[in-house]
Design a protein around this ligand. Structure first.
Ligand SMILES: [Cu+2]
Length: 174
């Protein structure tokens, strides 16, 4: 008489660390049809998967992400980044840090994400450092024009040992 129907309850988990996943997706979306390579090698330093997104939360600013790999046996240090004033007033090295929210309600252990400028970023020997949402990034201060998805622009990364490495940044939606 009665159909035994199983009721499936779907539990939605709000995962706040999506940045790791989206980075993986970004790495997989290899659309190399444009003919331009965003990979620049200044051995032993290589910079890959260079992309930028404009940030609605930071009006007028943009963020650039990439992976720096060091295949050498000596450590290097990213000391600064620079960009044409046709793109932005200035490029800064930033990191995102988690802070306990000062005004938390009872039982609420919320954390705030805050970004701050860093003087340099160490690139270990035979290792790599990911600049990604929620972590290290290059902040483009006071964009001259909004970053248009699909456009590209050059960015220079200055390393203590490898010197200036110019990369092409591809603007993506996220
Ligand atoms: Cu920033």
């Amino acid at each position: 008489m009665s159909t035994s129907s199983k009721r499936r309850s779907v539990i939605t988990l709000l995962v706040t660390v999506v940045s790791v996943l989206s980075l993986g997706l970004a790495a997989c979306s290899g659309s190399d049809s444009a003919g331009t390579s965003s990979t620049t090698v200044a051995a032993p330093i290589s910079v890959t998967d260079v992309w930028a997104r404009s940030s609605a939360m930071e009006a007028g600013n943009g963020a650039v992400f990439f992976t720096v790999a060091n295949s050498g046996s000596a450590a290097d240090t990213l000391v600064s980044a620079s960009v044409s004033t046709q793109i932005a007033l200035e490029a800064q090295l930033h990191e995102v840090v988690m802070m306990e929210s000062p005004g938390t309600m009872a039982g609420d252990s919320s954390q705030m994400m805050k970004m701050q400028q860093v003087a340099s970023v160490a690139i270990p020997a035979d290792g790599s450092v990911e600049f990604k949402p929620g972590g290290f990034h290059v902040m483009l201060i006071d964009l001259t024009d909004p970053l248009v998805v699909g456009s590209t622009f050059p960015l220079t990364l200055n390393f203590a040992v490898a010197g200036a490495v110019q990369v092409m940044v591809e603007v993506r939606a996220s």
